[in-house]
Design a protein around this ligand. Structure first.
Ligand code: GUN
Length: 293
């Protein structure tokens, strides 16, 4: 029987609380005549993407936001998609634009992302958003690492002077995660597939964020007792069950805090998309002479 010592950070509970806050702020904005709006654009029939976008639109509707889902055939040209993005950039009812990735191979995803107005870039993928995060200017933070920061905040964790190890260097999780931890005065190490001795790094860590997309990247022997472990992974085990990058059963006997999969970072990602969309609408209101809320 497992004598789990780590406390679990419940992503579902925290997401529910934050979505309640979003619903309240949305209602307040609506009384001033502005409904926050998110446009989700899906090109092609990727089955996982179809589930993701449906969940994003539903989460918006549940919190009282306006949401439109634009679905296009995989044959859509890059020029047609860029024209849609341009139209959404100029649509006053839309405050956030999300183009679901991956896009079909004939479309340059970077070109499409860079066409989104940074003021509506609620995914935080635009180079302007990445640059703003890098230099500590206001902008939109990518939803998954932003959600991880909220999880650390929820346990009152003070990152100042702590050693944080991020495993993974993707543009949408690893790199922005490192920047956010640095902004909170952690000492940050980014590990990746070419890291010589991952265990030597993680054993020094007070906080570990695993964002690789591979099972059992982090096992109990790699974790310092009491460390906080955030699992961004979304994988399937041999039985087809959803699991993260972390060996949950083993690591939870050593760590101080741990996030489960499912029910950890996952629900936080869509929540932060709602937060970013609401924030975009509030900024729109402020810059268009609507009283701030
Ligand atoms: N595909 C998988 N995750 C995401 C996401 O967070 N945003 C977008 N735009 N596409 C994705």
């Amino acid at each position: 029987m497992t004598d789990s010592s780590a406390l679990t950070i419940d992503g579902n509970a925290l997401a529910a609380q934050l979505r309640g806050d979003v619903a309240q702020r949305t209602a307040a904005l609506k009384t001033r005549g502005l409904t926050p709006g998110l446009a989700v654009v899906l090109v092609g029939e990727n089955p996982a993407s179809q589930v993701y976008v449906r969940n994003k639109v539903k989460a918006c509707t549940d919190a009282g936001l306006h949401s439109v889902l634009e679905k296009y055939d995989a044959t859509m040209t890059e020029a047609e998609l860029l024209a849609r993005v341009d139209a959404l950039n100029n649509d006053p009812h839309i405050h956030g634009i999300l183009v679901q990735l991956p896009l079909p191979a004939h479309i340059d995803a970077n070109k499409v992302i860079e066409a989104i107005s940074p003021a509506k870039d609620v995914d935080g993928f635009h180079v302007a958003s990445a640059g703003a995060l890098m230099v500590g200017q206001p902008g939109f933070w990518p939803c998954t690492p932003y959600g991880c920061m909220k999880m650390l905040e929820s346990i009152g964790y003070d990152l100042r002077g702590k050693h944080a190890v991020v495993i993974g260097r993707s543009n949408i999780v690893g790199k922005p995660m490192a920047m956010m931890l640095l902004q909170q005065n952690a000492t940050v190490t980014i590990c990746h597939s070419a890291t010589a001795d991952l265990k030597a790094m993680t054993l020094q860590a007070d906080v570990i964020v695993a964002a690789v997309g591979k099972r059992n990247v982090l096992t109990a022997d790699m974790v310092k007792p009491g460390a906080v472990v955030i699992d961004v992974g979304m994988n399937r085990d041999d039985a087809g069950k959803l699991c993260g990058d972390v060996d949950f059963a083993g690591v939870s006997r050593v760590a101080g805090y741990i996030t489960p999969v499912p029910g950890g970072v996952g629900p936080m990602t869509i929540t932060m998309l709602l937060v970013n969309t609401l924030e975009a609408a509030e900024r729109f209101a402020a810059s268009h002479g609507l009283a701030s809320v």
